[in-house]
Design a protein around this ligand. Structure first.
Ligand SMILES: [Fe+2]
Length: 267
């Protein structure tokens, strides 16, 4: 079974690049599932309902979200609340408002079930969250591997140490853990001796010649003077880079192979 995992489809260039590349990739890799992190799919920090629907049409099974989920909550709440929403949010956010908390989702293809869990770390993320280790363990206890065929985890984090800790913690309990949020594709993909596959960051799909996503000329003075009075502009260059991994999981839940790929192109 193969899953294509894309992270951080940034703004309209990221959405357009994914639209262009995904059909070819699905066919080439004979993918069974597609999982996409959409934390910046509309703009920096958010996705709105219209763009979630636009991405959904690309045959994406699950969209994972971000640490800024409440910054523009009114523009995505309606989509999140739909019973068939493909978007999930970090399962360990405090849930004071009794919202229906979609921190994980089970998707099915050809009679096989994939459980995707989304959680966030406590360290340097500027949010109060429940312990991610305990939360993910609780979700897996309620959805054990005899009930679903595979379990994968998107861990939204700033530091790699807790992410590695979580990966070891989940060995034998899940098939694959991938990190998101740190904006770089890491070269540390690994299958632990026992079971689980991991990579600490998948990276973004965004304007290639940009400072993360910003136009360099608009941020240059911030680096030189430390004064934040200048408006940051989006990079409008039409060259893009799409980063992703293809993960192969075998019938007895073990991770078999992790292939990380980077595609450059122009719109
Ligand atoms: Fe993030």
């Amino acid at each position: 079974m193969k899953i294509l995992i894309f992270w951080d489809i940034y703004w309209r260039i990221g959405r357009a690049a994914l639209k262009k590349e995904l059909p070819k990739l699905k066919e080439k890799f004979e993918a069974d599932f597609v999982v996409v992190n959409v934390e910046n799919a509309t703009s920096w920090r958010w996705i709105i309902e219209k763009h979630a629907i636009e991405l959904e049409k690309l045959w994406i099974d699950v969209m994972t979200s971000w640490d800024h989920v409440f910054d523009n909550f009114d523009k995505i709440k309606n989509y999140l609340d739909k019973p068939d929403s493909k978007l999930i949010r970090c399962a360990n956010f405090y849930n004071d408002e009794n919202l229906e908390w979609k921190g994980y989702k089970i998707v099915e293809n050809n009679w096989k079930k994939l459980l995707v869990i989304h959680i966030m770390d406590e360290t340097f993320m500027n949010h109060k969250v429940d312990n991610p280790f305990k939360k993910v363990e609780e979700i897996i206890k309620n959805n054990p591997l005899w009930k679903v065929d595979w379990i994968i985890v998107d861990f939204h984090k700033e530091v790699t140490s807790s992410w590695y800790g979580l990966s070891f913690f989940l060995d034998w309990k899940a098939s694959f853990v991938f990190g998101t949020h740190t904006h770089i594709q890491t070269n540390d993909e690994l299958i632990l001796e026992n079971w689980i596959g991991l990579i600490s960051d998948v990276w973004m799909s965004w304007p290639l010649y940009s400072v993360i996503w910003a136009d360099y000329a608009s941020v240059k003075n911030r680096f030189l003077t430390w004064i934040n009075k200048w408006k940051i502009n989006q990079c409008l260059d039409r060259n893009y880079v799409v980063n992703w991994v293809c993960v192969e999981l075998d019938e007895d839940w073990k991770c078999k192979n992790i292939e990380k790929i980077r595609i450059r192109g122009e719109l």
